[in-house]
Design a protein around this ligand. Structure first.
Ligand code: UN1
Length: 498
């Protein structure tokens, strides 16, 4: 099977494949069973420099390709993703670990984004406005910026690169792409399909390697004016600091500690479905995952007991098996971190209702599996209710009112996604207004964003930018205002119109 071949891979720079200048490599292996997926270059600063030089050179032609043509390339890419969906889905279950249905959804999100951004090639809409003077015309247009440094995480290894690379390309920029070291094979396939779709040499370059070296050099490189990063809060802060020296545009998509509120009038079966899906889908490794449930005391006991039953019925296993509900977590360090939070929760006095352990029976012992974990009796200020664990760990917080529920939901440093289950339309609208988050769901869990609306968070989830939708273009373009005076005389704005 192609996905189990041990193949040696290379960077792609200026349309040519190359090893790291140092010759160093690293391996990608499956979190489900340790199978070797591939060997990739462990690149260094000089490899990044070559890629940036190639992207800088390619920018001069690419920015002049008419935007509809750039969009057509994305349509071809989307079509190739459709054709390769099964292969990419299978590879994702092996390399990243998520279950088949979710892996297919990840690829589908990239298909949707590529079609959506392809269509932007015929829009990229600016504004025309009247002038305050006669015989003068004015408009604003979006301009490409240059070389975009794209640094992506392993949890959405096909979708997230598309969120950044598709808008970057349609707007006329070129790209140096560093995929996560846990999912290089998927990053590589993504770029190979772009090449097959006809992306010119140097327009998209991939440089494999660690964040400390490749990412760092990209962030510091004087010829990379924009960095788009999805990652941890800590990495985001470091990138922002490093980019500040050159006044770079730094687009950050960081953590979450998202809550589902369940009110006393909620459809509890629906809420249970939403919680299970949002808390344990992708083994909780989404920035939009639900890690807190804030439940009204009237329905607390009923909800919690059904939730525990349903969580215990989830089957752990490799993502490629049809009956797996929950796949592995990404690596040994993640497993340890997640497990350490179980001890933290116990030490803080929360009640561990289920899970809380590493699963090792049978073949699970070959991978990084953690049991779906539920704590009750959680206080809003406990570390397990404040810090992003990025695993299948859920904290239940009991509240007495809608006000308290909203206050607790907001009482964190992050602000990505939020949700309320209620049948009361007035409550739903108040929640829409009052929940401090970039995304609010009514009667649905905290995951399920679509590509044509802005995606991102408030507070420390980011720095104000958005991905997806038209909003993404703001990251990858600069506005230029153009004034055309056809009066043949000097007309002074703010003076000659008096
Ligand atoms: C992420 O977790 O980094 O809404 C992205 C969702 C997905 C995207 C998640 N469409 O959960």
């Amino acid at each position: 099977m192609a996905t189990t071949d041990t193949r040696i891979h290379q960077n792609l720079i200026a349309g040519e494949r190359s090893d790291a200048a140092s010759g160093d490599t690293f391996e990608s292996s499956s979190p489900a069973d340790g199978e070797l997926i591939g060997v990739y270059p462990r690149s260094g600063a000089e490899d990044v420099d070559r890629a940036v030089a190639a992207a800088t050179e390619a920018f001069e032609e690419w920015r002049l390709v008419p935007a509809p043509k750039r969009g057509e390339l994305l349509f071809r890419f989307a079509q190739l993703l459709v054709e390769h969906k099964a292969e990419l889905t299978d590879l994702m279950t092996h390399e990243m670990g998520k279950v088949k249905a979710e892996a297919g959804g990840d690829v589908q999100e990239a298909i949707d984004m590529s079609y959506y951004m392809g269509g932007e090639g015929r829009r990229l809409i600016g504004q025309t406005t009247p002038s305050e003077l006669q015989n003068k015309f004015q408009m604003s247009v979006r301009m490409p910026i240059g070389v975009i440094g794209v640094i992506t995480p392993w949890n959405f290894p096909i979708a997230i690169p598309s969120w950044k690379i598709a808008p970057a390309l349609v707007a006329g920029n070129t790209v140096v792409f560093k995929p996560a070291t846990d999912t290089p094979a998927l990053g590589q396939r993504f770029v190979e399909l772009l090449v097959e779709a006809g992306v010119p040499d140097g327009v998209v370059n991939i440089v494999h390697g660690g964040g400390g070296v490749v990412g760092q050099r990209l962030v510091e490189h004087p010829d990379v004016p924009v960095i788009s990063l999805t990652g941890s809060r800590e990495t985001g802060v470091a990138v922002l600091h490093a980019g500040a020296e050159r006044l770079k545009h730094v687009h950050l998509e960081l953590g979450g500690k998202n809550a589902i509120i369940v009110m006393d009038d909620a459809d509890l079966d629906l809420a249970l479905d939403g919680i299970l899906w949002s808390a344990f889908g992708t083994s909780g490794q989404r920035c939009t995952a639900t890690s807190r449930v804030i439940v009204h005391e009237q329905v607390h006991d009923e909800l919690v007991s059904s939730l525990v039953d349903r969580a215990e019925a989830l089957r752990l296993g490799p993502g490629w098996e049809d009956d797996t509900d929950v796949g592995p977590v990404i690596n040994g360090a993640a497993l340890e971190k997640i497990h350490s939070y179980t001890q933290i929760g116990i030490d803080e006095g929360a009640r561990l209702l289920t899970g809380g352990g590493i699963a090792t029976e049978g073949d699970l012992g070959k991978g990084f599996f953690y049991r779906p974990t539920i704590f009750a009796g959680v206080q809003p200020d406990m570390r397990i209710a404040q810090e992003e664990i990025f695993g299948p760990t859920l904290s239940i917080i009991r509240v007495a009112s809608e006000d308290e529920a909203v206050r607790v939901s907001n009482g964190i440093r992050y602000g990505l996604s939020s949700s309320i289950f209620t049948q009361d339309v007035n409550r739903a609208f108040r929640a829409m207004r009052d929940l401090q988050a970039g995304i609010t769901y009514i009667n649905a869990g905290t995951i399920g964003a679509e590509v044509h609306l802005p995606f991102g968070g408030v507070k420390e989830t980011g720095n104000g930018h958005r991905e997806a939708g038209q909003a993404a273009l703001d990251v990858f373009t600069e506005w230029k205002s153009v004034y055309v005076d056809y009066s043949g005389t000097l007309q002074r704005a703010q003076i000659d119109n008096q």
